[in-house]
Design a protein around this ligand. Sequence first.
Ligand code: TGC
Ligand code: FAD
Length: 395
Amino acid sequence: MATTAKPTELDPRDFLAIDALLDDEEKAIRDTVRRFVRERVVPNVGEWFERGEVPRELTQELAGLGLFGMHLEGYGLPGASSVAYGLTCMELEAGDSGVRSLVSVQGSLAMFAIWRWGSEEQKQRWLPAMHEGEAIGCFGLTEPDAGSDPGSMRTTARRDGADWILNGTKMWITNGSIADLAVVWARTEDGKINGFIVEKGMPGFSAPEMKHKLSLRASVTSELVLKDVRVPEENRFPEISSLRGPLSCLNEARYGIVWGAEGAARACFESALEYAKERIVFGKPIAGYQLTQQKLAEMALEINRGTLVALHLGRKKDDGTLLPEQVSMGKMGNVRGAIEVCRTARTILGGNGITLEYPVIRHMNNLESVLTYEGTHEVHTLVVGEALTGENAFR
Ligand code: TGC
Ligand code: FAD
């Protein structure tokens, strides 16, 4: 139930009073995650980003908050609403996109894939352990030569008695090197696409970490290398043998990004607003100049607009009417808007905008990955374009 309490004055952090559209449980979950991010992530994430590392114990702390697979039901999972999950993504990404990625990949990609497509045994074995953080998962779809077009994947699965033999390389896989299990999508001899749970330690399977990133540095990104990896039939998803399998999982993670991007944008906006009020140039705070006010007003507009879009899509997801094309429009618009907000915040901070002393350049760089992963801006533009015109412009 939405609360009826009306705020009596304007809150620059919530200009359109969107908070009033949330119920008490949603706010409570949001506030818990916000507190965690303020206390645990914000003071440390600049250093994690600089070192290109995420502390191992963070995974357990996120699990302790019950965030892994929080929006899924059954198997001991919390079954929180889509809006509560979205708000969680927003708060996590206000800390860092890498922290939101960790939770997205675990819950929306690896756990969702098992929850939606796994056998009963696979669900029983993995979902409770993944919720508790005892098992970390990753999701291997992209390959060196197949990103936007996963249908051209080259990873193969060949039947051998009761087992499958997997060969190929996946690339850009979030959580890969820290994962206990990888959901790997591969082409079988009949040309179809099947999903397999590949477990850490299976002979021939390795997950070397990718280095030298200048974006999403507080996140583990890896290759998955599969050389004649023998995977038992019981580790194959039994009921899906098309691209619909992995693409259905992407809808979940893309939905989280629609919210998450607004968290990164909000963090940059708040940093810029505070800075503008304190920074004196030509004898007065830069907040007093019309050009700065225009920037701040445009940023606030973009964040409020994007948050309303996220909330609308969340309510639709909760009532079961959300379409993948609508998620595409949300991802497309919100990530583009959030990057624009972060870049504008960067200009307000002047030279200070490029240091890790402030969150702005980190968020700005992170969003370059967010613009590309989970379907590039161009892919989502073409999904929306096809929905509008009925013409497929991918090929
Ligand atoms: P197409 O012929 O259109 O479809 C093949 C089958 O899939 C079904 N389908 C979907 N099902 C559910 N949800 C969707 N969004 C779906 N889109 C398509 C479709 O109905 C069909 O089903 P069936 O039963 O008839 O077989 O496929 P296409 O080859 O033409 O490709 C369409 C396209 C380009 C939109 C798709 O390939 C695409 O989305 N490409 C982008 C790939 C992508 O987003 N990769 C992301 C990898 S994971 C990641 O980036 C994680 S980052 C995580 C983090 O750190 O947060
Ligand atoms: P390409 O597909 O080669 O695209 C290159 C350019 O061409 C893009 O601008 C694209 O939009 C454009 N383009 C492509 N097709 C068209 C077209 N038809 N018309 C017009 N333009 C087009 N993947 C996973 O499977 N799991 C993960 O956990 C994961 N995590 C990631 C983490 C990070 C940090 C990053 C950067 C990526 C991650 N990815 C992951 C991969 C990500 O999903 C891909 O990078 C993305 O799908 C794009 O693929 P690509 O990089 O091969 O680009």
